[in-house]
Design a binder for this molecule. Structure first.
Ligand code: NI
Length: 283
């Protein structure tokens, strides 16, 4: 189950987080849900308080570091430091430059209940320190001294998404995940109209429409993807549909268009609409 991510102002951060007494089924389920949530958002680390649980658990998922840290304790920390960029799922829309030690050793219990020790360096050590900080309600922004210079706000990229089938839905799902943490905004989803399917020939909406509705995204299903007879005045139809769609994309203020298996070659007048388009670099 994908869990709701708490923000830095949420109440959970006022609690004192406690060690996990036993690795019972409830805790195992929490860890599974945390993994699913982290994968959905595309982040590299997630601490239990970030999903509303006042427990000393965090997970990491970056490169070869795919690990669960239960009741962690940093044993040693290196003297050498370096600056690196960080963001946080609980503080969407911001990134900052944080100075941290390059190396550490940590003791913890893994998801199978084994007691372990690890020595981590570089970006791995940074992830661990960021998550470990969460377990005492410290955010990366608290570690930035010159916030004017080293903390910056960014606007989400506004995307108009075109897609239809399961493949399209996989792409859209990953973008929705990143939208929940402020990377993207998806003001418009364009898909094909429902198709008659099965023995009873019932109309079935596309995988993209189902997913978009699940996440309350506005969906449009222009009828130009429906096959019509040869005698149809197809071109005229398309012009009208194009114009309507152009209006909607303009209204959505899309920075770019993402197309994943839409089933129709989009006309240039649509592709060149957003701020970032294929012709952008060709002028
Ligand atoms: Ni964080």
């Amino acid at each position: 189950m994908i869990l709701k991510i708490t923000k830095d102002a949420d109440r959970v951060w006022k609690y004192k987080f406690r060690n996990v007494p036993a690795l019972d089924e409830k805790t195992r389920q929490l860890i599974r849900d945390m993994k699913e949530t982290l994968e959905f958002t595309g982040g590299v680390g997630l601490a239990a308080p970030q999903v509303g649980q006042p427990l000393r658990i965090f997970i990491a998922d970056y490169g070869s570091l795919r690990e669960t840290f239960i009741n962690p304790k940093i044993l040693t920390i290196g003297k050498e430091t370096s600056g690196g960029e960080e963001g946080c799922l609980s503080i969407p829309g911001f990134r900052g430059l944080v100075k941290r030690p390059n190396q550490l050793t940590i003791e913890y219990i893994d998801a199978k209940g084994n007691k372990k020790q690890a020595k981590l360096t570089g970006f791995y050590a940074r992830i661990i320190q960021h998550e470990y900080d969460h377990l005492s309600s410290v955010f990366y922004v608290d570690r930035i001294t010159n916030k004017k210079k080293n903390l910056y706000e960014f606007e989400p990229i506004r995307i108009a998404f075109f897609g239809t089938n399961d493949f399209s839905a996989t792409v859209l799902r990953s973008m929705i995940g990143q939208a929940t943490v402020g990377e993207y905004n998806i003001p418009l989803v364009i898909t094909a109209p429902p198709k008659l399917a099965g023995r009873e020939q019932k109309p079935r909406v596309t995988a993209v429409e189902t997913l978009a509705k699940q996440f309350d995204l506005p969906v449009e299903a222009p009828s130009w993807l429906v096959k019509k007879s040869k005698t149809d005045e197809k071109e005229k139809d398309e012009r009208v549909i194009n114009e309507e769609l152009i209006k909607k994309i303009k209204l959505a203020k899309a920075d770019c268009i993402v197309v994943a298996s839409y089933g129709k070659i989009l006309p240039k007048e649509i592709l060149n609409l957003p701020k970032w388009h294929s012709g952008y670099y060709q002028t």
